[in-house]
Design a protein around this ligand. Structure first.
Ligand SMILES: [Zn+2]
Length: 254
């Protein structure tokens, strides 16, 4: 169970969002005077009676009388509930939805873990391009560049701190990296990157957030052929989340 979304965050979100962007990315709009108009997505019509006002941050249809804010539009158009609309809007703006603790049963997940994983995904993806051996490997397994992109397949570089150094520079703390399963601490207390010289497959939850990785080794060096993220506060292996990765990994096996 998630906690409550603070009202202040919702107000801030509505302030920052531009209804013209939100509607305009889903409905064809034309500027007409101060406003924008288009064919109403909520009723059948041949001439536009749907109007969006950037000043009022409000939409209104003179045909079917639907009206509301960017959030209302998302809820109606995408058939989302309020929380989903808030999350979608926040994601588009690059914001993380804060949660207030609502009851004792609610375990608050450190949002920095998700952020660290997302950053790691980006680093791995960037590194794939600079690693012909990894690209060749994927091609040899019949995976095209498009598939690699669609599944956000990446490459974890060689070296003990290749990833952690990049993330440290982006203000991800060593503690968060460890919690996210991106690094390992050995018995003597030494901390290093968990995934090295591996093809990386992000594992996502139903909302599309990266919650872990599966890594396939590229050379005959020691270590397991497949290495997955450990259990973390956001990644429980027993849940169904692992399935999301299988389809992509399946084509790269053997
Ligand atoms: Zn209408």
């Amino acid at each position: 169970m998630a906690g409550l979304i603070p009202q202040s965050f919702i107000n801030d979100l509505i302030d920052r969002a531009d209804i013209v962007d939100v509607v305009g990315s889903r409905v064809v709009l034309k500027k007409s005077g101060k406003n924008y108009s288009g064919l109403c997505p909520f009723h059948d019509e041949k001439s536009p009676s749907f109007s969006v006002s950037p000043d009022k941050q409000f939409f209104h249809c003179f045909g079917c009388q639907e009206s509301g804010s960017a959030l209302t539009f998302l809820m109606k158009y995408e058939r989302m509930d309020f929380v989903e609309a808030v999350e979608t809007l926040a994601k588009d703006l690059g914001l993380t939805v804060p949660r207030e603790k609502s009851n004792r049963n609610y375990i608050e997940v450190d949002q920095r873990i998700y952020q660290a994983l997302e950053k790691a995904e980006r680093v791995y993806k960037q590194r794939l391009r600079g690693m012909p051996a990894a690209v060749d490997y994927l091609k040899g397994r019949g995976l095209t560049g498009v598939t690699a992109r669609d599944f956000s397949i990446g490459y974890a570089p060689e070296g003990w701190h290749s990833l952690s150094e990049v993330l440290l520079n982006e203000d991800v703390s060593a503690e968060v990296m460890l919690k996210a399963g991106l690094t390992i601490k050995n018995d003597s207390g030494r901390v290093y990157d968990r995934f090295r010289h591996r093809i990386m497959f992000p594992i996502r939850d139903v909302r599309g957030r990266v919650i872990g990785f599966g890594g396939r080794k590229l050379s005959d060096e020691e270590g397991p052929k497949y290495l997955n993220s450990p259990e973390t506060p956001v990644f429980a292996k027993k849940s169904g989340t692992v399935r999301f990765i299988r389809s992509a990994q399946g084509s790269a096996k053997h």
